[in-house]
Ligand binder design. Structure first.
Ligand SMILES: Nc1ncnc2c1ncn2[C@@H]1O[C@H](COP(=O)(O)OP(=O)(O)OP(=O)(O)O)[C@@H](O)[C@H]1O
Length: 292
């Protein structure tokens, strides 16, 4: 079972800052989404609203066609794991957290939880507050995946893991997603590392939607045009230029937007080189400017 998400004109204001700014976004169910945005761009606020941690006051959010806020039947099937691990209860042990998952998550899989706890070597009898940052991340991930929630959101929750553990997590995530398709949203700053998991990418900046596309399509949207400066300037006239660098007579201009086949032929004729741009670079370009 998978849940789609329909967000219309969502705005969230805190004193002095608009965290989410008239955001409209539709996510189909059954895909893995990457949610990218700079610090303070509104990712956590957005995910918290989808998970019904707070009430929507301006705009609307529907998950599986239903309003999540104060809808327990729906929210038991929406799992948001945050990096801070703030959903843990003070004084609770790892065992206690797992027990809670088993009790409140209707699709909970004990074997998967145990597999992840063993994989990341989380000490089950220890109090959650006494876990290391990485162990706490691992516990969050175990709960997030073992919940098998039709909508699962991991808000930078794996940043505390070391590299081998992160890669092990990506493998388990993919394997379990293939066997039990669901909607997964991963918010992350480790863009290139996780990009292979994303089917679609959503980029927000200062609470606004900047891009939402298939990962491959988005990648194809960016190109670095390199060659003699005058020819590069001519070729890129009228295109959306994200950045440029010049070294002597050679110029490299990063453009955003589809380059049709006939234009690519022109580029070749003019001695220009067109190369793809890494997702991370596109992200940096698209979200450049003063932070929120
Ligand atoms: N409770 C709050 N009160 C006031 N301002 C807040 C509150 N929570 C978030 N903000 C502000 O709203 C904006 C969006 O914050 P949010 O945590 O959603 O961003 P984020 O994209 O998750 O950031 P990061 O990548 O740093 O975790 C920021 O400017 C933040 O300072």
């Amino acid at each position: 079972m998978t849940f789609g998400i329909d967000i219309q004109n969502l705005t969230v204001r805190y004193p002095g800052v608009t965290a989410v700014d008239d955001l409209t976004l539709k996510l189909e169910g059954g895909k893995i989404y990457g949610l990218l945005g700079r610090n303070g761009s509104g990712k956590t606020t957005l995910l918290s609203l989808i998970a019904a941690f707070r009430r929507v006051t301006d705009g609307s959010i529907l998950v599986d066609g239903r309003v999540p806020f104060e809808n327990e039947e729906l929210t038991q099937d929406i799992c948001l794991v945050r990096e801070s691990g703030d959903t843990v209860v003070e004084g609770e042990s790892v065992k206690g957290v797992l027990r809670r998952g088993r009790r409140f998550r209707p699709r909970w899989d004990d074997d998967l939880a145990q597999r992840l706890i063993d994989l990341f070597q989380v000490p089950v009898n220890r109090g959650v507050t006494k876990l290391s940052r990485g162990q706490r991340s691992a516990l969050g991930i175990a709960v997030g995946l073992a919940s098998r929630a039709p909508l699962t959101m991991l808000d930078e929750s794996y940043l505390g893991l070391d590299a081998p553990s992160r890669y092990a997590f990506y493998d388990v995530l993919l394997e379990d997603y293939m066997e039990h398709p669901r909607t997964i949203i991963l918010s992350t700053h480790l863009i290139e590392e996780v990009a292979r998991l994303f089917e679609q990418v959503v980029i927000i900046d200062r609470g606004r939607l900047v891009a939402h596309d298939d990962t491959e399509t988005l990648r194809m949207r960016g190109a670095a045009v390199v060659g003699p400066a005058a020819a590069v300037d001519d070729f890129t006239t009228g295109m959306t230029v994200l950045g440029e660098q010049r070294l002597g007579g050679t110029k490299s201009v990063t453009v955003y937007g589809e380059i049709p086949a006939d234009a690519r032929t022109v580029a070749t004729d003019w001695g220009l080189e067109l190369s793809p741009v890494a997702l991370q670079d596109l992200f940096v370009h698209l979200t450049k400017g003063d932070p929120a």
